[in-house]
Design a protein around this ligand. Structure first.
Ligand code: F6P
Length: 357
């Protein structure tokens, strides 16, 4: 029995932990694992791959990135713009299928986010033996309570806020930290709470500059002369606009720049000095946290179990501390967003954090 694995989309701490789990579990069954390089691209003839033996995975659990490489562009893009679905060309699917057939790959494990799993679903519908594993630092995939990578990104935000806090206090400044998360506010919300932010601005909750400025002025009057503001890159300006850099090669908007705009406006409205900092890809790089290593490894093991059961077209999921699975169809094309009146948002408000509303 021979199975394949590929990582697709943006990288994410914990991808190597999944590979570690897959190779370990497959080895126990006497299966061979083929790792395809650079996402789906590695499937195109003549095939770009390596055989993954347990000895190849020694020490990778703690490594960031992915030993297989990944890409969020190329021939297999199934998402265009803000979430529109595109069909992967039949000619591309047929060419890639030749590799799968010639190599006698009996299951293909796709580790990816919404876009890559949408491709996976199309391949499954074309008759491929697909098993999905959810991957995203944004934690925005529906049908799973958590994906690996999220905890590592949050930990980086917390580290950033701890550092910004000391300089903010020294200079009695407002420090604005822009964080990733695309159209979901999970990284901002969790990172902001854990890092002691005073203001957290999310895509899911419209904010007003006046409310945030009043809150900061009040803090000042109470003797708290510095303030930490966390803003999600996908938060919308009060006029409802996203702040974008440009579009990437698959037509998707690249978010970025809202932190600068917020900092400038708050400086005007409060009369206090403000600076902005963008964490960017620091949130995606580096070693995974212990939680993401364990989650990634368990997801990998579960993916092999699904392959063993012939449960194709399913995605590994996580719910109430259990690793389970759901049909891929249920997981894609709908984002899991922060509930604007949910328990975590309410808890943040209860401890005096301003959400700008
Ligand atoms: O989806 C993960 C993510 O890091 C988002 O949070 C971010 O908006 C995007 O990818 C950045 O993508 P790229 O690496 O292509 O700039």
């Amino acid at each position: 029995m021979r199975i394949g694995i590929l990582n697709s989309g943006g990288d994410c701490p914990g991808l190597n932990a999944v590979i570690h789990g897959v190779v370990g579990a497959a080895h126990q069954l006497g299966w061979e694992v083929i790792g395809f390089r650079d996402g789906f691209e590695g499937l195109l003839p003549p095939g770009d791959f390596r055989v993954l033996k347990p000895s190849d995975t020694i020490g990778i659990l703690k490594l960031g990135g992915t030993i297989l490489g990944s890409t969020n562009k190329g021939h297999f893009a199934a998402k265009i713009g803000v979430g529109d679905v595109a069909e992967v060309p039949k000619e591309i699917i047929d060419r890639a299928k030749k590799t799968i057939d010639q190599m006698e790959i009996r299951a293909l494990i796709i580790v990816g986010g919404d876009g890559s799993l949408t491709t996976g679903l199309q391949l499954f519908k074309a008759g491929w033996p697909i098993v999905g594993v959810p991957k995203t630092i944004d934690n925005d995939l529906s049908a799973t309570a958590m994906s690996f990578g999220f905890d590592s990104a949050v930990t980086t935000v917390v580290d950033g806020l701890d550092r910004l806090n000391t300089t903010a206090e020294s200079h009695k400044r407002i420090m604005v930290l822009e964080v990733m998360g695309r159209h979901a506010g999970w990284i901002a919300l969790w990172g902001g709470i854990a890092g002691g932010a005073n203001v957290i601005l999310l895509p899911e909750i419209p904010f007003s500059f006046e409310k945030v400025a009043d809150f900061i002025k009040q803090r000042d009057a109470q003797g708290y002369h510095s303030s930490l503001v966390v803003v999600a890159e996908g938060a919308k300006m009060p006029d409802g606009e996203l702040v974008t850099i440009d579009k990437n090669t698959s037509g998707e908007v690249r978010l970025g720049g809202i932190g600068e705009q917020i900092s400038a406006r708050l400086e005007e409205l409060t009369g206090k000095e403000a600076r902005s900092c963008t964490l960017g890809h620091l949130q995606r790089g580096g070693a995974p946290t212990a939680l993401d290593r364990i989650l990634g490894m368990r997801f990998g093991v579960k993916a092999v179990k699904l392959a063993e059961e012939g449960a194709f077209g399913r995605m590994v999921s996580y719910e109430a501390y259990h690793v389970d699975s759901v049909p891929i169809e249920e997981a894609v094309n709908k984002l899991r967003l922060v509930e604007s009146d949910g328990e975590v948002v309410q808890a943040a408000k209860s401890v005096g954090i301003c959400l700008g509303d």
